[in-house]
Structure formats: structure tokens, C-alpha cells
Ligand binder design. Structure first.
Ligand code: FE2
Ligand code: FE2
Length: 371
């Protein structure tokens, strides 16, 4: 394979996609990589799991839906899509408002890390597995995430920076999650990823003057990939009713709350980015939570009550505690840091205490992307 002739958008396997990025790594930049290396509660992490347990999953209870989904992934509708073409308008990085530039680059680096985190996990499952159903799925998902990460890196390179993905694979800390926690966390991150990308895409479709960077034009096909990935995890959970009942409903509530709260706090750390897009972060969060909750009714027996009077103010308190925490950490003020941690922990507990809404899970799991 001649890596100078090919692009990650055309890579049909994850190995090929990564080899192309490896060849580009000589351009990659320490600043971006060190940001991607950070491990805090809010930054994207890398995961590892019990691959043997995952490999042993029998998908026969959902065979019909499973085969349809795998066929859709094998058809590869987005092959060649994630590359710069004539729709890619020139970006004036030099003339960009410095605060916007800082927040936008932070957004791109953290999105790239999140995409790549999925890629690494899925690729490892595909490599270790022997179950044909499981390895086929994870091969396709890893392929998609390698393209997504590669495309964001293309955008970053124009600003003179990029994330060294090979270095991250080797050096970033991996967090171990049991397979069921991987299902909850990854299912939700795929579905919330879909909801985030489609909400931004629809907003910019209606307000094209707000599109300050061309990458947003790619979000529709992009989120359809994420949608399919989410569908796959929904089917995996459907194979075993225990995963979504009994004590596990508490875990589902925990993951829903953690994923929603993380999104809220992180987005509120990028005010200039959202102002430039013409997006109110509170409106955006509510919109995304609503869509994600609606989608997750396909498999989760409960949804969070995002209309509860305590929901929004508690998220705001959590957000404020996090701002305080970041400042105290930077200024090396241990007491203030401890106080901020307590407030953040209390706010999170208080979110968990809000009663959730029960949901009757439908017999048929599969959904289509309708937003
Ligand atoms: Fe992705
Ligand atoms: Fe994905």
C-alpha cells in the first residue's frame, strides 16, 4: 500500500486507516498529543475489557436484526466520504478570534481522542476475538472510527497541529470496564454522539452563516455511522435481558447521569465556540438529552427526568464547581480544590437522586436515524 496515494477516507480496514495515519505522524505535534493524553473525569479515556467474555456473546436471539445491521455496515455507504473535497472551504486560522480558536481546537482534539478511543477498543476486540459475528461488527466499527479520527486530524493539521494517534495507543492509560459497563457507556456515547452531531448539523443547515468551519458539513453522514454503532450495542444488550433489569437498572441510571452531566459541563467550558455557532449551550444540552433519551427507550427500562425542577439548577451547580475546581488546581490551592470536589460530588449525587421515569422497552429494538 502506498500511503502517500491513499487517504483514511478510503481505507476499508482499520489496519489500513491506521497505517496511513502512522505515515502522517511525522507532522504531529506535541501540544495536541499532550492534551489528548490528559486523564481527568471530563476528558475522553481509553478502555479495555474482558475480551473473552465479549467474544462469547451469542447473537442468535437477535439474529435477523443483527444480520441486517451487519449487512448495512458491510455495504460501507460512507467509504470515501471523510476527506476534504470541493465542499471544504478555506479556513482562516490566522484571522480567527483567539478565544474561538482555542476552544475550537480543544473541541477538535477531544473529539479526535474520543473517536480514536472507540477505534482502539473495537480494533482490540476484533483482533482478540474468534466469534465471527462479534469480530465482523468490531472490524466495521473500528474502520469507521479510524476514518472519523483521521478526518478530524486532517482539519487540525491545517491549523498546524495534530494528534499523534500511534503514540496515544501505546502511552495513554487504559481504564478497565467489565463488558456490561462497556455496553452502557459505549451505547450511550454512540447515541449521544449521533444526537450531538445531528443537532449541530440541522442548526447549521438552517443558519449557514454560522458555519465557521467546513467540517460541520460532514456531520450528517458522520452521525449515521454513530447511529449504527449504537444500534449494534443495543442488540448486544438485547441478547441478555439481565443486562437491562434488576440491579443493572441502577447502573444504567448512573451511566445516563454521568454521560449527560459530562456533556453539560464540558460544553459550558466552551462559551465562545457555542456563541459563534449561534447555539445556546443550555438549549443544545436539552435538545441532545431529549433525543438521546428518546432513542435509549429502545433498550433502557428508564429515562432521566430532564424536566424535573432540580435537573437544570443542579447541572449548573456541578458546572460551577468544575470551573472552581479547574481554577483551584491551576493555582495550586488544595483546600479550595477539596471544597470544589465536595460540591461537584454532592451535585452529582443529587442528580442521581432525582427519580427516573420508567419505560416499557419495545419487543423490537431496531431504530432508524430520523432527526
Ligand atoms: Fe465515530
Ligand atoms: Fe462510533
Amino acid at each position: 500500500m502506498n500511503v502517500h496515494m491513499t487517504h483514511t477516507a478510503d481505507a476499508t480496514t482499520v489496519e489500513e486507516g491506521l497505517a496511513i495515519q502512522e505515515a502522517q505522524a511525522k507532522l504531529d505535534n506535541d501540544m495536541a498529543t499532550s492534551v489528548a493524553m490528559q486523564n481527568t473525569l471530563l476528558t475522553p479515556r481509553f478502555y479495555t475489557t474482558n475480551f473473552d467474555e465479549l467474544d462469547a456473546v451469542d447473537v442468535s436471539p437477535v439474529r435477523k436484526d443483527w444480520d441486517q445491521l451487519i449487512a448495512a455496515m458491510a455495504a460501507d455507504p460512507n467509504k470515501g466520504h471523510f476527506r476534504k473535497n470541493e465542499d471544504w472551504d478555506a479556513v482562516d486560522w490566522e484571522g480567527m478570534d483567539p478565544d474561538l480558536k482555542k476552544e475550537f481546537i480543544d473541541f477538535l482534539i477531544s473529539s479526535c481522542t474520543a473517536e480514536f478511543s472507540g477505534c482502539v477498543l473495537y480494533k482490540e476486540m476484533k483482533r482478540r476475538g474468534s466469534n465471527k459475528d462479534i469480530t465482523a461488527l468490531f472490524q466495521y466499527m473500528a474502520r469507521d472510527e479510524a476514518r472519523h479520527a483521521g478526518f478530524i486530524n486532517d482539519a487540525l493539521r491545517e491549523a498546524g497541529i495534530a494528534v499523534n494517534l500511534g503514540f496515544l495507543t501505546q502511552k495513554k492509560k487504559y481504564t478497565y470496564f467489565r463488558p456490561k459497563f462497556i455496553y452502557y457507556a459505549t451505547y450511550l456515547s454512540e447515541k449521544i454522539g449521533y444526537a450531538r452531531y445531528i443537532t449541530i448539523f440541522r442548526h447549521l443547515e438552517a443558519n449557514p452563516d454560522r458555519r465557521f468551519h467546513p467540517i460541520f458539513k460532514w456531520f450528517r453522514e458522520w452521525c449515521n455511522d454513530e447511529f449504527r454503532h449504537g444500534e449494534a450495542f443495543a442488540l448486544l444488550m438485547k441478547t441478555d435481558p439481565k443486562l437491562t433489569s434488576g440491579i443493572n437498572t441502577y447502573w444504567i441510571k448512573f451511566f445516563l447521569t454521568a454521560v449527560y452531566a459530562t456533556m453539560f459541563v464540558r460544553d459550558h467550558q466552551r462559551p465562545v465556540f457555542h456563541r459563534t455557532l449561534g447555539v445556546d449551550p443550555d438549549w443544545y444540552a436539552y435538545e441532545v438529552f431529549k433525543k438521546t433519551s428518546k432513542l435509549s427507550e429502545q433498550i433502557f427500562p428508564l429515562t432521566l427526568d430532564i424536566d424535573h425542577p432540580r435537573w437544570q439548577p443542579t447541572l449548573e451547580a456541578l458546572s460551577a464547581a468544575n470551573v472552581d475546581l479547574a481554577e483551584a488546581t491551576e493555582r495550586k490551592q488544595p483546600l479550595r480544590k477539596f471544597a470544589a470536589q465536595c460540591r461537584a460530588g454532592w451535585a452529582f449525587m443529587s442528580l442521581l437522586m432525582i427519580p427516573s421515569k420508567n419505560n416499557e422497552v419495545p419487543v423490537s429494538t431496531r431504530l432508524e436515524p430520523i432527526y
